[in-house]
Design a protein around this ligand. Structure first.
Ligand SMILES: *Cc1c(COP(=O)(O)O)cnc(C)c1O
Length: 859
């Protein structure tokens, strides 16, 4: 039995290329019997018709796709064509499993989970699908016979970057885990024409260019033009008298947009189960205004269409701060309404009515972006399905649950009441009624507590009247979860403190996780092979047995093999750094990586300050025996976030000076790798020695980059923040470089009127570093460039960069010292991997299923 076939790499294959020509001449086999059987309504695929999983049948299928779907002979095929043909062939295998599964479960579908997320940061899918289907080895052989390497095809796939960062990547890992655990589920989101912008660094400044993932077609998706829902905006609400004397409120939207479905099958590990990610595209109900066109008004003829279709045009490129614009609200309502209409239609088809909805479905809101679901589900039930208000409210609260991702009050979404009244007038009425009943209940339990009423109201009065989407989601949900133990505790103490008193037990914790298929098995085949050898193939299905690695941590032979895998991965990253960042590095050096969105709270700036400190020290004491270090940065800044862009510029300015300075003798290299995305992460993560998780304590809700890196044997230098706290519990704090203020201490410092100058007064190193940066040492072309940045560190120092500087440098020193003792470093690296089994997104999803969704999980 081949327990695990790694994603191999093969050189180009000239003989194979000739064979491809011969095969191309031969007519392909027809699948007539499959078609007949499908039409007759029986099981569409019997065993003799099933697609064979041998390399030769895969080869024939790829060739057939290239020929008849892409219309190209192999001699003309480019890498992109090979990718498309391969993906289409692989998709056939996914579809086959899907059809069989549909046939087997028809009529006995269990409770369904609907995961609503404005973002799905998927990355490439070829390797994931092939790996999960167990076809890696066959595909490698098939492509080799066609004269193509698997990487040639794989690297031609564009990243599906329909997300900004952690939140969207979490949604992608969760979808894959739901399939792997065979939980019937749909992901719902938006099929953006343009995902997250492409980042180019020009002279160190970030520039944004549109991303174009669909320009050569998307082989994974199925357009479903027949699955279309009408989404209304604007207009007015009228009262309609009913025959029994009652009245019913009716929304007559002033504008309609159609949501059209595009389905991407998501296949789970070992091909067990297939779910669907259904993304909605906005289309105008009419393709153009013919009357205007015929009058010669070509622009006006298309205006409505442009307006309608702008909804799914582009992903908002900011994370951790609300976008705020009307188009964003339109996006949120658009996909939420489409999802709810879709699932209600399925409910009625399967159960005959909406009454049992809460028993049959669980709707998970990924952050507040789909929080309008609470009002929209009420509208659909009450207005469209004639359910009584109280019953509709019970159904809604029984079906919906909400994941909170942020504690910052300023980052919580809220929409101005006038905008809501104009865009969603019926929803505004519904929200007022929900709020009135909610506040009545609160008043009854806590009379004369105006502060409490103001705090838990769905309408805030702070900056004009606004609908608080977090409060709406909370009130409309049966469970509200945080994404790490610390974040959930802080939620109970801060943003939802009053709600937690009113509804004890509603807030629960579900610590995030990552897909071990993507973030270990596919991105690090070398380590995976070693783990299978050491622990047996069971490790691929039961990652908790990773703890058994602890017995091998001190084994010199095992350490050597572990280190050899890391070394090979570092060589691959070194190549990428040379090609894409123009920096040459020594793979023997300590690879210190910080890869994530650029944000003040994530404190890339602290890392840059340490880089400068190290640089100055190396120049001042050239005789010391320095540990060679490569600092790798990657990440995008929100386009309007000037401070974040300035931090990128500073990292690049420091890199330019350091990398060119002969007195450093190459012992310190700094690289900013442009255009960070999932595919870049898949190269960097397996190659990292040191993982930077240095956020201001209390500000990172969970983090998932921390998990990817530790799983792949990087040691963490970090604060006790987010899920890093739980990583320390599982790995052992002594195997990490933890430092800095705790979340409580940060709160105390801020309250005490802390100033960065206090840190500067007691740290010569910090004083020197700030003087150098502020004085223009790294910006000779513009001495004042970093004046404000440095001033903010000397003043309020909100993110505690100055406050944590000395502790951070000491932790860096510990890391550099340990790295010189390679056996000790390797032992620690093994212990890090050994402690990470719990952080599989399978564990997260099993917890959601049991404790929030009420869905059985087989294990
Ligand atoms: C995992 C991941 C993130 C999240 O990283 P954090 O360090 O948790 O912020 C962001 N972007 C990409 C591309 C990722 O793969």
């Amino acid at each position: 039995m081949v327990a695990w076939a790694p994603w191999g790499v093969n050189g180009p294959h000239a003989a194979g290329r000739r064979m491809a020509h011969l095969l191309w001449i031969a007519p392909p086999r027809l699948l007539g019997s499959i078609l007949t059987r499908t039409r007759s309504g029986e099981l569409p695929l019997n065993t003799t018709d099933r697609l064979a999983t041998t390399s030769s049948s895969l080869r024939d299928l790829i060739l057939r796709k290239l020929t008849y779907t892409l219309g190209k002979p192999p001699s003309e095929a480019r890498d992109r064509d090979w990718f498309m043909a391969t993906a289409l062939a692989v998709r056939d295998h996914v579809v086959e499993r899907f059809l069989v599964q549909m046939h087997q479960t028809r009529g006995k579908e269990g409770k369904h989970v609907y995961y609503l997320s404005l973002e799905f940061l998927i990355g490439r899918l070829l390797r994931e699908n092939v790996g999960n289907l167990g076809l890696a080895e066959e595909l490698r052989t098939a492509l080799a016979e066609l004269g193509v390497t698997i990487d040639q095809a794989r690297l031609a796939e564009p990243d599906a970057a329909l997300g900004n960062g952690g939140l969207g990547r979490l949604a992608a890992c969760f979808l894959e885990s739901m399939s792997s655990l065979a939980i019937p589920a749909f992901g719902y989101g938006i099929r953006y024409d343009h995902g997250l912008f492409r980042q180019i660094l020009r002279d160190g400044w970030q520039q944004e260019f549109p991303e174009d993932w669909l320009s050569f077609g998307n082989p994974w998706e199925f357009a479903r033009p027949e699955i279309r829902h009408r989404i209304g905006f604007g207009g007015e609400v009228t009262a309609e008298a009913l025959p029994d004397g009652d009245e019913r409120l009716r929304w007559n939207p002033g504008e309609w947009v159609d949501a059209v479905a595009y389905d991407t099958p998501v296949v789970g590990w070992r091909g067990k189960h297939v779910n669907v990610l259904r993304l909605w595209r906005a289309r105008a109900p009419d393709p153009l205004r013919l009357d205007a066109f015929n009058r010669g008004d070509h622009h006006g003829a298309l205006a409505e269409q442009v307006r309608a279709e702008s909804i799914s045009k582009v992903l908002y490129p900011s994370d951790d701060s609300p976008a705020g614009q009307e188009l964003r609200l339109r996006q949120e309502y658009f996909f939420t309404s489409a999802a709810l209409q879709d699932l209600l239609r399925r409910q009625v088809r399967q159960a005959g009515s909406v009454n049992t909805l809460a028993e049959r479905v669980s709707i998970q809101l990924n952050d507040t972006h789909p929080a309008i679901a609470v009002a929209e589900l009420m509208r659909l039930l009450v207005d469209e399905h004639a359910v009584a208000w109280a019953e509709a409210w019970a159904i809604t609260r029984g079906a919906v649950s909400y994941t909170n991702h942020t504690l910052l009050p300023e980052a919580l979404e809220s929409w101005p009441v006038p905008l809501m009244e104009r865009l969603l007038p019926r929803h505004m009425q519904i929200i007022y009624r929900i709020n009135a009943e909610h506040l009545d209940a609160v008043r009854a339990a806590h009379p004369d507590d105006d502060r409490l009423l103001a705090s838990v109201s769905l309408i805030g009065e702070e900056h004009g009247r606004r609908v608080r989407m977090g409060n709406l989601a909370f009130v409309g949900s049966h469970h509200v979860n945080g994404v790490s133990a610390l974040h959930t505790d802080l939620m109970r103490q801060t943003v939802f403190r009053d709600f937690n008193t009113l509804f004890p037990g509603r807030i629960v914790n579900k610590t995030n996780g990552i897909s071990f298929r993507r973030w270990l098995m596919q991105c690090n085949p070398g380590l995976t092979g070693l783990l299978v050898e050491a622990l047996g193939p069971k490790v691929l299905d039961a990652p908790d047995i990773l703890v058994q690695l602890r017995d091998l941590a001190g084994d010199a032979a095992f350490q050597g093999r572990f280190a050899a895998v890391k070394r090979a991965n570092k060589e691959a990253l070194a190549t990428m750094l040379r090609e894409q960042a123009g920096v040459r590095v020594d793979p023997a050096a300590l690879f210190d990586v910080q890869i994530k969105r650029i944000h003040e709270y994530k404190r890339q700036l602290l890392n840059v300050l340490h880089t400068v400190a190290l640089y100055e020290a190396m120049r001042a004491q050239p005789m010391r025996d320095w540990t060679p270090v490569v600092k790798v940065f990657a990440g995008k800044a929100a386009p309007g976030y000037h401070r974040a862009k300035l931090i990128i510029k500073l990292a690049c300015d420091v890199a330019r000076v350091v990398n060119r300075d002969p007195s450093v003798r190459g012992l310190l290299k700094v690289a900013f790798l442009p255009n960070y995305n999932v595919s870049a992460a898949e190269v960097i993560v397996p190659a990292a020695d040191l993982s930077e998780q240095i956020s201001t304590a209390g500000m990172e809700a969970s983090g998932t980059g921390n998990m990817k890196l530790a799983l792949n044997g990087a040691l963490t230098i970090g604060t006790l923040d987010g899920a890093t706290v739980e990583m320390a519990e599982h790995i052992g704090a002594e195997q990490m470089f933890l430092f800095g203020l705790s979340a409580d201490e940060v709160t105390e410092r801020r309250a005490s009127g802390w100033r960065g100058t206090q840190a500067e007064a007691t740290s010569d190193t910090l004083a020197e570093v700030l003087a150098a940066i502020g004085g223009g040492v790294f910006s000779p072309d513009d001495h004042g460039r970093y004046g404000d940045l440095v001033a903010s560190l000397r003043a309020e120092d909100w993110f505690m960069v100055a406050a944590d500087f000395d502790a951070y440098c000491a932790a860096q020193q510990r890391a550099a010292t340990l790295y010189r003792d390679q056996p000790a470093w390797r032992r620690t690296a093994v212990l890090n991997t050994a402690g990470m089994g719990w952080f599989s997104s399978d564990r997260s999803i099993a917890d959601y299923a049991r404790e929030i969704w009420g869905v059985p999980v087989a294990t």
